[in-house]
Unconditional design. Structure first.
Length: 304
């Protein structure tokens, strides 16, 4: 595929090649000089219409580590505030000879529009509640790093599934790599349509959800996307669904703990677990850079 918008067009073989290549990129990042010439002469634009820390910084570093020029477009400081449209904005950037776009946008489908308006390769860095494919890839990479393979593994994802592009992308990706996914949350935050995906089951019972799980992922309660009616109270949510020591004790012995970030500490995850020995949360962050280097390389240079 020319773009990474979601995983619809991606075969298990290509996805595995991406993860294998990320290991090579990780070796580059372990060197004293963390730079290769792979993208020399190419210009990558990070076009962020919604805030980000991890995705934006790691993509910019990933592109620079491969010697690309990087232009960072921040919506808040742009002429969008004067009423300029997304289409006109993308056409302006493309006129400056941008070779590829990395797009985050609050609207589902916005990355597809940038692909259409620009005619250039686009990587979706999170669109609304629809997809965040590089987050799911770095999650898969982190689980694979731990267990050697996703085959036969069970991943429980607990939290605000309804508003989560991370949950959707993991539910698409992990079964393609041989894992089972259990999505868990209160019924109001658990869209039933996701049960139609192969390898995915839903549960409103967190203890049932983590039983047999090799990885337990907590998701942020996206209060900015909840305009009312989804939760009776945050305290009640935490009492039942918080990923804490008691819940982790119900998972497979030694199960790893993931969170895409940013975290609401002591709401969807206890600080003890987030900072504990089974947590791989900072490992996820670290792996994000190597995985994003691999995606950029795959789309802009080739698949070897
Ligand atoms: N996980 C994630 O996408 O984090 P940022 O919003 O900080 O990029």
């Amino acid at each position: 595929p020319r773009h990474l918008l979601d995983f619809t067009e991606w075969t298990p073989e290509r996805l595995t090649a991406l993860l294998d290549n990320a290991e090579t990129m990780g070796q580059v990042l372990d060197r004293p000089v963390k730079k290769v010439p792979a993208l020399q002469g190419l210009t990558v634009c990070t076009a962020f219409f919604e805030n980000s820390t991890r995705t934006r910084v790691s993509f910019e570093l990933a592109a620079r580590r491969m010697s690309a020029d990087v232009v960072s477009f921040a919506a808040g400081a742009s002429s969008l505030s004067k009423g300029e449209s997304l289409r006109d904005t993308v056409e302006v950037l493309t006129a400056y000879k941008v070779d590829a776009y990395i797009v985050r946008h609050p609207a589902s489908g916005a990355a597809h529009l940038v692909a259409r308006y620009s005619g250039k390769p686009v990587i979706n860095a999170g669109d609304g509640r629809r997809a965040h494919p590089t987050q799911a890839l770095l999650d898969a990479y982190t689980i694979r790093q731990e267990y050697g393979s996703l085959e036969g593994k069970t991943v429980a994802i607990i939290g605000d599934i309804r508003h989560s592009r991370v949950a959707r992308s993991n539910a698409e990706l992990l079964p393609k790599l041989g894992a089972k996914v259990v999505l868990c949350g209160p019924a109001t935050l658990l869209p039933v349509d996701l049960a139609a995906l192969p390898g995915v089951t839903l549960s409103t019972d967190p203890k049932e959800a983590v039983r047999g799980a090799h990885a337990v992922m907590a998701l942020r309660l996206q209060q900015e996307r909840m305009s009312g009616g989804y939760l009776a109270s945050l305290q009640e949510y935490a009492a039942t669904y918080q990923v804490n020591d008691a819940l982790l004790a119900e998972a497979e012995s030694g199960a790893i703990v993931l969170h895409p970030g940013p975290m609401n500490r002591d709401l969807e995850i206890s600080s003890d677990v987030a900072d504990g020995g089974q947590s791989r949360i900072l490992r996820q962050v670290e792996n994000g850079q190597a995985v994003r280097m691999s995606v950029l390389y795959h789309l802009l240079v080739g698949r070897e």
